[in-house]
Design a protein around this ligand. Sequence first.
Ligand code: ZN
Length: 222
Amino acid sequence: MNNNLREILIEKYIKEDKSIILIAEEFGICSASVYNYLKKYKIKIKSLSYSHRNQISFFKGKKFSKEHRENLSKTHQGKILSKKQKQKISKNNSRYWAGKKRPKLAEKMKGHIVSEETKRKQSLIRGGTGIPHENADYPAVFCSIKKDILKRDNFICQYCGMTQKEHFKKYGRNIEVHHIDYNKFNCEESNLITLCHKCNIRANYNRDYWYAYYKYITENLK
Ligand SMILES: [Zn+2]
């Protein structure tokens, strides 16, 4: 190859902004050779996202089958996204919505019926037991006795020792009061105990164990 090759490559690849594949076709050589020449002459290789900037995404306008969507959902369940991934998603979202009017969620959901299965999932995600609206209707008496319980327990989680201040910092809301026998209508003082959000959720599993444990603690408070 002649000494002008570097200049030719710069002309085609940089100035004319042609792709490696196009240049390879033009010269009748394989694209790997073009790639190697670019490297050899220290010409910066364009990034993949730059090379693909005008390509239409394979997924654009395509719809996944119900089965595929369910599989996708299963794979992503319980997955924790890194900060970087979240930023990327948010960036992509704002790019998608740029200049468009976002539909109001309330309008979008009008007349939409949430299935029992979805409600169950929502309850589980929020740390509930899977029974929809299980915690929605506490009796009024609970609201008033709650304050006394918090005072009795010094606004401190009786399991891990988290204070009200720490709780607010971490969860943005007040420390919680737990029904030891899981019956929200039993608002006896001996049936209530102050717990942080995490310990409260933990008490939803292994109920027999936690019932015995907190029963023992409240009995020994006296
Ligand atoms: Zn706790």
